[in-house]
Design a protein around this ligand. Structure first.
Ligand SMILES: *[C@@H]1O[C@H](CO)[C@@H](O)[C@H](O)[C@H]1NC(C)=O
Ligand SMILES: *[C@@H]1O[C@H](CO)[C@@H](O)[C@H](O)[C@H]1NC(C)=O
Ligand SMILES: *[C@@H]1O[C@H](CO)[C@@H](O)[C@H](O)[C@H]1NC(C)=O
Ligand SMILES: *[C@@H]1O[C@H](CO)[C@@H](O)[C@H](O)[C@H]1NC(C)=O
Ligand SMILES: *[C@@H]1O[C@H](CO)[C@@H](O)[C@H](O)[C@H]1NC(C)=O
Ligand SMILES: *[C@@H]1O[C@H](CO)[C@@H](O)[C@H](O)[C@H]1NC(C)=O
Ligand SMILES: *[C@@H]1O[C@H](CO)[C@@H](O)[C@H](O)[C@H]1NC(C)=O
Ligand SMILES: *[C@@H]1O[C@H](CO)[C@@H](O)[C@H](O)[C@H]1NC(C)=O
Ligand SMILES: *[C@@H]1O[C@H](CO)[C@@H](O)[C@H](O)[C@H]1NC(C)=O
Ligand SMILES: *[C@@H]1O[C@H](CO)[C@@H](O)[C@H](O)[C@H]1NC(C)=O
Length: 499
């Protein structure tokens, strides 16, 4: 009786603590013209309470700087050393001796990432990939470190084909001769599948099929969620859909017990003219939401409650990386350790960069169609019951007198009237959530935490009971009232299949 009780208790405790293991880490790329010294890097990690990092190599100075910090480290076998290691057990043992055994336990190395996106970027090395993992692993076994140091290899999610609906996803079959023994190895060594997940690229490559909000973990109206017709699971973000696609692709090969860890995910904060969604706001939104999502143990629709630990790409902006502007702007910090943006993490139980507020606003989407904006403004000030009186001539928010500014005010007021509820910043796609306070001068927006907050009278924050008439609303509109306010905002059935 007693034994059973303790067994049950233990079972409950171990499930909970498994969930508590979910963490957020960061990748440390070093392609900076002024790469901070490893001691400065470690000082930044400590000040930001970052306790998990992944290195792209096994730099000795960096590993020494990380000693006795409690920070858990993933070291990597760079792709250019993979062929040698995959072809020689002795070379592998040597690599482990030099880069791992020399540093543990003072530096807490918890995993070895063997190569990076080998199948998609270095297919020539694919035939030796699994041997490389096995050779590295046997060196760890010989040193009795195999239970504390896991061996795996990060994959690009591009090896998963037909990834929506997730239940139909499978690994590119050309790679079955590698994936099957790889998964066998991961399962038998209690390791995990390492996956790089980039909703940014999925969004960019979808030609508008994937809504930005879906890539950014923003609330979608329920009728816009993507539903997997086979499983009836609802997907509210691209990240979860990709993770579940990977779970399904593994189970298609009969592997159901291999957990997933995301070795890279992020969003660039700056891009060139062909990368309009590489913005500070979007990067902040993606990474803040990603961190909350992971630490909240929401899990995915297929495996609710099973959080997928994730390494954010990346710690620093790497200014000397080749390629488009976005390539140099994935970082959370610049070379001086100054945050590129302040993440909004209140309530997530983690400080990454100082979190000042988690306030959000609803604004007119940049480049939105002016007629749709006007129709939405019309609806907000009419049936939407927003008190639009501050937009009247002579009132605080009249200037600038244009449809974008007026719609922004009305959208934000509606969004806050609705307590920022899911789907209330949509307006037929012409609205967007931002973390930047759109208040200007003495026009203070609903939800603003600005110092002028007290100047706003309560009535402007709540729907006025007698402002429902749409004909009196027409006076708030810029450019005349050519529009009928009967337009139904926020309803459009979205039944496109992603990817
Ligand atoms: C290293 O990290 C592991 C995993 O969390 C932990 O159990 C262990 O105590 C750490 N070791 C040291 C020396 O800090
Ligand atoms: C590879 O080397 C390890 C020691 O690093 C040894 O235990 C193992 O037996 C070797 N395996 C083969 C196939 O030679
Ligand atoms: C599958 O992988 C092979 C080998 O790398 C590649 O040639 C092919 O284009 C891939 N198929 C798809 C649909 O991506
Ligand atoms: C998976 O298991 C099923 C049932 O045992 C079997 O029919 C199928 O061939 C297996 N698939 C693979 C890829 O091993
Ligand atoms: C955490 O998850 C719960 C349920 O999944 C959700 O209601 C809540 O808003 C989440 N909290 C944060 C901070 O994301
Ligand atoms: C973050 O907080 C620390 C300690 O409160 C402070 O010293 C530092 O200046 C803050 N950084 C930013 C960017 O606000
Ligand atoms: C942040 O958001 C949470 C949940 O939405 C809320 O409970 C909390 O009060 C907010 N904090 C601030 C500073 O606005
Ligand atoms: C507050 O309002 C005053 C006058 O109404 C204005 O001059 C000032 O810039 C406003 N401050 C902020 C932070 O918006
Ligand atoms: C708020 O109400 C007071 C009187 O209750 C009025 O004098 C003031 O102008 C109002 N302020 C705004 C911003 O409407
Ligand atoms: C309608 O608004 C006017 C002026 O804002 C106010 O005096 C009146 O009491 C309101 N009527 C109702 C039914 O709330």
């Amino acid at each position: 009786m007693m034994t059973l009780f303790f067994l049950l208790l233990f079972a409950v405790v171990s499930v909970v603590s498994a969930a508590d293991d979910a963490f957020i880490g960061v990748n440390i790329g070093t392609a900076l013209s002024a790469m901070p010294h490893p001691t400065q890097v470690v000082a930044l990690l400590k000040s930001q309470q970052i306790r998990h990092v992944r290195l792209y190599d096994a730099d000795q100075t960096m590993l020494l700087a990380l000693a006795n910090t409690g920070i858990q480290v993933v070291v990597s076998v760079p792709n250019d050393q993979l062929l040698g290691i995959g072809q020689s057990n002795a070379t592998a043992a040597n690599w482990v001796a030099r880069n791992v055994l020399a540093h543990v336990p003072t530096t807490n190395i918890t995993a070895i990432a063997v190569g990076s996106e080998v199948l998609s970027t270095l297919p020539n090395a694919a035939p030796v990939l699994v041997s490389a993992l096995k050779f590295i692993h046997s060196a760890l076994v010989a040193a009795n470190l195999d239970s504390q140091i896991k061996v795996s290899t990060p994959h690009s999610s591009s090896i998963i084909l037909d990834s929506f609906p997730p239940s139909q996803a499978f690994f590119n079959r050309s790679w079955d001769p590698v994936m099957v023994p790889l998964l066998k190895f991961l399962q038998s060594t209690d390791s995990y599948l390492m996956l790089n997940v980039y909703p940014y690229y999925d969004f960019m490559q979808s030609n508008g099929v994937i809504p930005l909000d879906y890539a950014l973990f923003r609330s979608l109206p329920p009728n816009k969620e993507a539903v997997d017709a086979n499983t009836l699971l609802h997907y509210t973000n691209v990240f979860d859909a990709v993770i579940d696609a990977a779970y399904f692709a593994m189970s298609y090969l009969n592997f159901t017990k291999v957990p997933i860890i995301v070795t890279e995910s992020g969003w660039p904060s700056k891009g060139d003219s062909t990368e309009p969604e590489a913005t500070l706001d979007n990067a902040n939104t993606y990474n803040s939401n990603l961190i909350r999502h992971v630490l909240n143990h929401t899990g995915t629709p297929k495996h609710p409650g099973v959080a997928v630990s994730t390494y954010i790409y990346e710690l620093y902006n790497e200014d000397v990386r080749p390629g488009p502007v976005s390539e140099k702007n994935w970082g959370l910090f610049d070379a001086n350790g100054v945050p590129i943006y302040i993440l909004h993490l209140t309530g997530s139980g983690m400080v990454l960069a100082n979190d000042t507020t988690n306030q959000t606003y609803c604004v007119a989407r940049e480049g939105a169609d002016l007629k749709l904006l006007q129709a939405a403004l019309d609806w907000a000030c009419g049936p939407g019951k927003v008190d639009c009186s501050p937009l009247l001539q002579g009132q605080l928010c009249y200037e600038p007198n244009n449809v974008v500014a007026h719609a922004t005010y009305a959208f934000d007021a509606y969004y806050h009237n609705m307590a920022q509820a899911q789907g209330t910043c949509y307006f037929n796609g012409v609205a967007a959530i931002t973390t930047t306070d759109p208040s200007h001068g003495s026009c203070i927006f609903p939800g603003s935490g600005g110092s002028n907050r007290t100047m706003v009278n309560g009535t402007s924050l709540a729907p006025s009971s007698n402002s429902t008439s749409s004909d009196c609303a027409s006076q708030y509109f810029y450019g005349g009232g050519a529009f009928v306010s009967s337009m139904i905002v926020g309803i459009s059935i979205w039944s496109v299949v992603f990817l």
